[in-house]
Design a protein around this ligand. Structure first.
Ligand code: G6P
Length: 612
């Protein structure tokens, strides 16, 4: 988490840095800060958002064509002004921005304090800049060398940029574990945590690899060395990202824009991979690994948050269609559990950002045990995508709203393609069922488009329930993970307590919570365990709970029982988590808006969790 930006060139740096911070604010918004070099390093920083920083610096001249800036998601030290980045060295001749965690910071800090260094913040970051300066002065080495030596002494993750008063024509960046991209312009460079702050200025980028240190200067030179002092040739790639994809395009929030993008994003995840008339599903990225899938002892899915929910849906798909046993694991638990992993296991890592630290660590662990690792990522070139043996991108386009929407439906779509492809190649599914499911998949973008028409009725519903204190979400089978996802969406952006439960499991606990104040969202679509869910609805009604039911179009049975119904187009039970996501996303969105919540930047959360 945390977003970092750097600029060096002939333009005024501050507008580029501030705009860049806005684009990276999804990564954290506890504090914001910027340093500009104009003879001396000037520092501006505050707790709060980038807009708070902008208010703070109003009226300042903000000169300088070189600078660094940071938006923070607090890990070490509370989100106050002192802990905001950048951080100065003792002489104030150096300043640093950092994304990541320095795990051995307390030992290093103690050593530095014993040598007289005064710390101004509680952050782990500050040790880096003191150590760099210390090495520079005491070992009499140049700045790049001092940074290289420092990075050999730290454990943990970092993406850093260092600004130096004595080097007004140079910026130094380095990374390990946290992402860093360098945009190459005409005698100018843009450095950022992802391509969003860069795309407006150049399409030529270099993704820095772990343990690389890059030096850029005004003459247009980019030099990369590893922290072990090996020279590297920069590998320049062309960005495919379009500026329009990272702007709101007339919507009040990114989340709403992303909800409405789903007919397109679902189509994009299937594009070129599915031909229903010919009965072909082909995922180029995993073709070489299909036989491993077919022979797999089991599939282990590792993920966090919403991606974990997509993994649960995939468990049902792979087991039912391809008859391969599946385990779905929270990456954070898996990595520390000493799990049993066999060489003929397939591990699927699901991650929108491709940067989630726990998922990445789970991938490394499974790799070390000899399993085959398949990535399902949205961000092209991300760390998880690079760490896996093979994989497929979801192609949902940039997702900026912190609450995941289109990435989830794209993940489920892609996992369905994967399960179908393996099921077919393994001969585990009949041809007629296979064809029928492929046909149904092709109709999904249209059905999702149609479902978006219910927005007005969801607004009405939200007006009834936006002051509720609790919500319960119930579903069975494929709709159980969706109940979890619906509850997560609501709690993360509206701060209403919500729980998702398998409908039948409700009677083992949550039923005690049900009274006339409790809205219960039940996903009760016709295919699947319909009759069983009907009984669960009766159980809620008997305790005077309020039923909001998501039903298949034309349903009359649930209509009689439920207090409110949301109709969605009929689809196969496997695909209900895709279509029925729409009303659940819209419900949480409108409730959050009515409660005055900051939908795109919910408190305490960040989109890309690069710390464990
Ligand atoms: C954060 C985000 C969630 C996301 C989770 C996993 O918590 O707020 O929306 O589901 O991380 O992220 P990933 O990028 O690995 O899917």
């Amino acid at each position: 988490m945390c977003g970092i930006v750097g600029y060096i060139g002939s333009r005024k740096a501050s507008p580029i840095l501030l705009k860049g911070l806005h684009r990276l604010e999804y990564r954290g918004y506890d504090s914001a800060g910027m340093c500009l070099l104009n003879g001396k390093i000037e520092m501006f920083k505050t707790h709060g958002k980038v807009s708070d920083l902008e208010n703070e610096i109003q009226g300042e001249s903000l000169e300088g064509t070189i600078g660094i800036a940071h938006t923070r998601w607090a890990t070490h030290g509370e989100p106050n002004d002192a802990n905001a980045h950048p951080h100065f060295s003792q002489t104030k001749k150096l300043a640093i921005i950092h994304n990541g965690i320095i795990e051995n910071y307390s030992t290093l800090k103690e050593e530095l304090q014993n040598r007289g260094y005064e710390f101004k913040s509680d952050t782990d970051t500050e040790v880096l800049i003191h150590l760099i300066e210390d090495i520079q002065i005491n070992e009499k080495v140049d700045l790049v060398e001092a940074i290289r030596i420092t990075l050999n002494q730290v454990f943990g993750a970092y993406a850093i940029v260092v600004l130096s008063e004595d080097h007004p024509d140079m910026l130094i960046a380095a990374k390990k574990g946290s992402p860093l991209v360098i945009g190459i312009g005409e005698n100018e460079f843009f450095i950022a945590s992802d391509a969003a702050p860069i795309v407006e200025y150049t399409k030529n980028v270099v993704y820095l690899n772990d343990e690389e240190v890059a030096t850029v200067n005004r003459k247009g030179n980019l030099r990369i060395k590893t922290i072990k002092n090996q020279e590297k040739t920069p590998y320049v790639q062309k960005l495919e990202l379009q500026l329009s994809a990272i702007e709101k395009g007339g919507y009040p929030h990114f989340m709403l824009k992303e909800i409405y993008e789903q007919p397109r994003s679902i189509k994009d995840s299937m594009r070129g991979r599915l031909n229903s008339s010919k009965g072909i599903v082909s995922l180029g990225g995993i073709i070489e690994y299909e036989q491993k899938f077919i022979n797999a002892r089991r599939i282990i899915i590792v993920a966090c948050g919403t991606s974990w929910h997509a993994g649960l849906v995939a468990e049902y798909m792979f087991e039912e269609l391809a008859r391969i046993p599946v385990e779905v694991e929270y990456a954070s638990e898996f990595r520390y559990r000493d799990p049993v992993i066999y060489e003929d296991d397939i591990v699927i890592a699901i991650s929108q950002s491709g940067e989630t630290a726990d998922t990445l660590a789970a991938v490394e662990l499974a790799k070390s045990k000899g399993a085959t690792i398949i990535g399902i990522c949205n961000v092209v070139g991300s760390s998880i995508a690079r760490a896996t043996h093979a994989g497929s991108y979801t192609h949902a386009g940039p997702e900026i709203g912190v609450a995941s929407t289109k990435a989830f439906t794209a993940q489920v779509t892609l996992l369905a393609l994967m399960a179908l492809s393996i099921a077919d190649k393994k001969g585990a599914i009949s041809k007629s069922h296979f064809y029928q499911l492929l046909n149904e998949m092709e109709s999904l973008p249209g059905k999702v488009e149609q479902t978006l028409n219910i927005n007005d009725s969801i607004i009405k519903l939200s007006k009834i329930f936006y002051q509720a204190k609790n919500f319960l979400y119930l579903g069975r089978g494929y709709n159980f993970p969706l109940a979890l996802e619906g509850a997560l969406k609501l709690k993360e952006i509206s701060y209403i307590h919500a729980e998702g439960y398998p409908a039948a499991e409700m009677k083992h606990g949550p039923i005690a919570l049900i009274d006339k104040e409790m809205p219960v969202v039940v996903i009760a679509t016709r295919k699947g365990s319909y009759d069983k869910v009907l009984s669960n609805i009766e159980e809620v009604k008997a305790r005077k709970g309020i039923i909001i039911a998501v039903v298949s179009e034309g349903d009359q049975v649930v209509k009689k029982l439920a207090d409110y119904v949301i109709e969605i187009p009929e689809t196969d039970k496997i695909f209900v988590p895709i279509v029925a996501s729409i009303p659940l996303q819209l419900l949480s969105y409108h409730i959050a808006v009515l409660r005055g919540c900051n939908v795109d930047q919910p408190r305490n959360l960040a989109k890309s969790v690069t710390v464990e």
